[in-house]
Ligand binder design. Structure first.
Ligand code: HEM
Length: 158
């Protein structure tokens, strides 16, 4: 199994802990709800990377085919799930900035902003691959995914 499954699971539980320990829990405020849903859409798409890297590394042919078929089923929605993540995160940002304002002295906001910009490029390169499916664009899209994962981890951690 790919190490990404463990990293994704770790981030998932970290976000759950942050959400359930939030002072508004169990009611939850709009920014938290939108941030959490946007995060779930991102994680769903990013898990595809974990599945792909398992397919590449696993020896068992049966499991390889099973995972490849599963990935193929989800693939037609990949761009839409990614775009949906961006729409939810836009609402998250809208409510955050409306309620709290924006401060460059707030480390959570800085990492959030960097993750947001990264997510925009992630979605753009995802759609761009439809027009120009090159290996270079595939690598850029993948690297943007890795940096987005790191930035979201830092955003949620601080
Ligand atoms: C890809 C982009 C983003 C994702 C996936 C994301 C996700 C989340 C999640 C899941 C939470 C709830 C957990 C927690 O409190 O740590 C959260 C909280 C928060 N986010 Fe984001 N966020 C993003 C971008 C941003 C941006 C751009 C900003 C600032 C403009 C921001 C500001 C905040 C703040 C201030 C909180 C805490 C709110 C509170 O405690 O009431 N986020 N975010």
């Amino acid at each position: 199994m790919s190490k990404w499954f463990y990293w994704n699971t770790a981030l998932f539980f970290m976000v759950i802990v942050q959400v359930v320990t939030h002072f508004t829990f169990p009611t939850l405020s709009l920014p938290i709800i939108f941030g959490f849903i946007g995060f779930l859409f991102f994680l769903f798409n990013w898990t595809r990377n974990a599945v792909f890297s398992t397919i590449r590394n696993i020896d068992n042919r049966k499991t390889k085919i099973k995972l490849a078929n599963l990935s193929k089923k989800v693939m037609p929605f990949h761009r839409y799930t990614g775009t949906t993540a961006l729409v939810f995160i836009m609402m998250h940002v809208f409510f955050i900035v409306n309620w709290y304002g924006f401060s460059f002295n707030n480390i959570k906001m800085i990492f959030g902003l960097l993750a947001f910009i990264n997510l925009i490029f992630m979605v753009l390169t995802g759609w761009w691959r439809l027009v120009k499916p090159t290996g270079k664009l595939r690598r850029i899209h993948l690297r943007l995914g890795i940096s987005l994962f790191i930035l979201i981890t830092l955003h949620v951690l601080f």
